[in-house]
Write a protein that binds this ligand. Structure first.
Ligand SMILES: [Fe+2]
Length: 144
């Protein structure tokens, strides 16, 4: 006999969120870098995005203020003392410092992040990227 349990959701507003392959990318650096925001979690601060960088793009040094999962879909990234190739996975722990990251080829990767990433240079803190910034970017792109 099966478990007697009401499986109907309390929240009847629940629905999948689908981002189509054909949905547009948002350019973040002219002719060099794009992002496609897949999901932002307003309660958890988590987010998911695709990044696309042209060969030669260099992302600035950053500190992860939360853990992140990176999966390389295509291309090749120079990360610190190593390379990430298509099919490679990288877990980036909360608190880790990362130097500049360079796209050695046209590269796309899936990034699933538990919170914000803080960017800095020799002058100090520069910017951070979290779910609110991504949400605003996505909304601005819709109206552009
Ligand atoms: Fe990183």
């Amino acid at each position: 006999m099966g478990l007697l349990q009401d499986v109907s959701p309390i929240n009847d507003q629940l629905a999948d969120i689908i981002v189509r392959a054909t949905d547009p990318w948002i350019e973040t650096e002219k002719d060099m870098a794009w992002i496609k925001v897949l999901w932002t979690g307003e309660e958890s601060g988590r987010w998911a995005a695709l990044f696309r960088w042209n060969k030669g793009y260099v992302a600035p040094p950053h500190k992860h203020l939360s853990a992140a999962h990176t999966f390389i879909l295509k291309g090749k990234l120079q990360v610190r003392d190593g390379l990430l190739n298509a099919g490679d996975y990288d877990y980036e722990p909360n608190g880790v410092l990362h130097g500049a990251t360079t796209a050695l080829e046209e590269t796309e990767y899936l990034f699933i992040c538990d919170g914000p990433v803080l960017f800095y240079n020799d002058d100090g803190l520069q910017s951070y990227l979290g779910w609110e910034e991504l949400h605003r970017m996505r909304e601005a792109a819709k109206t552009a």
